[in-house]
Design a protein around this ligand. Sequence first.
Ligand SMILES: Nc1ncnc2c1ncn2[C@@H]1O[C@H](COP(=O)(O)OP(=O)(O)OP(=O)(O)O)[C@@H](O)[C@H]1O
Length: 205
Amino acid sequence: MTSHVELRDLGHAYDNGHFLFRHGNADLKSGRITAIVGPSGSGKSTLLAILAGWVAPTEGEVIRHEIKDLGWVPQLPIGVSRRTVLDHVMLPMLIRGFPRRRAQVRAESILQEFGLADIADKPYGQLSGGEAQRLMLARAVATARDLMLVDEPTASLDRASARTVIASIRHLAMQGSVVAVATHDLELRDVCDDVIDLGRWADNI
Ligand SMILES: Nc1ncnc2c1ncn2[C@@H]1O[C@H](COP(=O)(O)OP(=O)(O)OP(=O)(O)O)[C@@H](O)[C@H]1O
């Protein structure tokens, strides 16, 4: 069976007891990008956190099939200004105990995949917004591929950079990841294969 995630009758309320959404159902599948859309405050980041298992939903079930690891790509890229692109992809592997040589070979191959090989030696502080965002995807992939959770990846980018990031997200899905992307970006939403509209889930309250 390939990796996928089932959301069944999902509902969530924080401590104030007010539901953000209820009775939500969806299937997030390997090789497909699912957009999570909805107005500001509708619960997009909350749903990503539920998918990650960091927040327990108030109602319903998250059933993970063949998901052994997950990657999280934050909305704002975070890096160490003087460290290189290659260092950023190697670091999560070194932390997990990969031998340095193996981590480097694997990091170089991932940078190739994400079109970042030419800037492998560039310090993080000199990257464009689009390059930094693609680096966050590449870094997440270094240790996890089954489920990739991406929060507003194009929010702070111009169109040209946003397109390079969208291409990288598509690449991830083509490699078989289950990809969920919270977004307000209509162009990104249009290239996604499936859509969870939290505005609709809110109508079930
Ligand atoms: N840990 C928390 N405890 C209580 N309330 C929270 C918590 N996290 C988020 N909320 C509230 O839940 C609602 C949904 O927040 P969330 O960040 O999931 O929405 P969003 O759709 O991602 O919003 P945006 O598009 O503005 O990023 C908001 O009203 C927020 O204030």
